[in-house]
Design a protein around this ligand. Sequence first.
Ligand code: GDP
Length: 191
Amino acid sequence: ANNAGAVGNINNENSATDSKNLRVKLVLLGDSGVGKSCIVLRFVRGQFDPTSKVTVGASFLSQTLALEDSTTVKFEIWDTAGQERYAALAPLYYRGAGAAIVVYDITSPELFNKAQYWVKELQKHGSPDMIMALVGNKADLHDNRCVSSQDAKEYADRNSMFFIETSAKTADNINQLFEEIAKRLPRPAPS
Ligand code: GDP
């Protein structure tokens, strides 16, 4: 079941960062078509709408997640800048990012290879203490699976990432993905 447990999304505009209210810039990476926009829309709006696109570039969507320990984490989610302009925007895109999600599509070996390119980009530009997730999306299409969970997990382990398979379509593991990031974020010392 999705959204299990006493954890939920809340709309909280308070952006203060203290030991109970964290805020993190999260960047999305991965080739076009792997489902990045759909993952964000599923998390932020609880919908699967393949026709709507998240605005790319300088704008972002935000969503606050409440954890069981009563901490809240406000995600400021940046979708990839268009790849043609990517090189010029890369430094801006990664600046201040505390977490990153690299997405591939489990039905495409080619897109899994491309994910490895994005991981290298992340290692080149991102902060070394960034929380990094490798996400195999479209898990609902398991009959067409071409990338084994074990191969992906081993690759993630070797690159200090955590691994999860999601479906933006069925909502499987979408909230769990963001919860796992939230749990791994460094907690500021209480003042
Ligand atoms: P982006 O270019 O990475 O942002 O990809 P999109 O979010 O625009 O999704 C690309 C296509 O994949 C769309 O046609 C979506 O309907 C489809 N898609 C996205 N997520 C899933 C999923 O979890 N399962 C299935 N079956 N299709 C998905």
